[in-house]
Design a binder for this molecule. Structure first.
Ligand code: UDP
Ligand code: MG
Length: 145
C-alpha cells in the first residue's frame, strides 16, 4: 500500500520541448526517461499559448532570453509529464544534462537531442517545490495515476 502522504521528493516534472517534438524525438526521449527508471504518473501532448508559456516561465521574466523562450515554447507541441523515481529531481537533472548542450555530459538527453542553449529539447524541474508547482500547472488530480 502506498502511504497517503506521498513523498514529493520522489517526483519531478518534465516537458519535451517544441524543437524535440518537431524533430520526431518524442519516442526516443521518453524511452531514455523510462530506461533510466522514471515512471510516468501523468502525461499529455499539448501546445502552450504565449500567455501560458509566459506564466510557466514567469520566474525568468527579468532574464534577457525571456521573450525568445516564450516564443519558442509556444511555437509547437510539447509533451508534459510528471515522473516518479527515488531522488527524482536531482537524478532527472543528471539525465538531461547541462542547460547548454555544448556543456552537457556524454549520454545525456540534451547532449544527444538538443541543438542550442535555447532549444534544448527538455525541461526538468530544479527543486521539489517547483516540481509540485509545475506539475499542478498542467495536471489535475484526476489525470495522475
Ligand atoms: N535559456 C535560454 N538562454 C539562456 C538560458 C536559458 O534560452 O541563456 C532557456 C532554455 O530553454 C532553458 C530555459 O531558458 O532550458 C530555462 O532556463 P534555466 O536556467 O532554468 O535552465 P534549465 O533549468 O532548463 O536547465
Ligand atoms: Mg530551470
Amino acid at each position: 500500500m502506498r502511504p497517503i502522504l506521498k513523498n514529493m521528493s520522489n517526483t519531478t516534472f518534465t516537458m519535451i520541448k517544441p524543437d524535440a517534438t518537431g524533430k520526431g524525438y518524442t519516442g526516443a526521449i521518453l524511452d531514455r526517461m523510462i530506461k533510466a527508471g522514471f515512471a510516468i504518473k501523468a502525461m499529455k501532448w499539448t501546445r502552450l499559448t504565449k500567455e501560458q508559456a509566459g506564466a510557466f516561465y514567469a520566474i525568468h521574466k527579468e532574464r534577457p532570453f525571456y521573450g525568445e523562450l516564450v516564443d519558442f515554447m509556444s511555437s509547437g507541441p510539447i509533451v508534459a509529464a510528471i515522473l516518479e523515481k527515488e531522488n527524482a529531481v536531482a537524478d532527472f537533472r543528471k539525465l538531461i544534462g547541462a542547460t547548454n548542450p555544448a556543456q552537457a555530459d556524454q549520454g545525456t538527453i540534451r547532449k544527444d537531442f538538443a541543438a542550442s542553449v535555447g532549444e534544448n529539447a527538455v525541461h526538468g524541474s530544479d527543486s521539489d517545490e517547483n516540481a509540485i508547482i509545475e506539475g499542478n500547472f498542467f495536471f489535475s488530480q484526476l489525470e495522475r495515476f
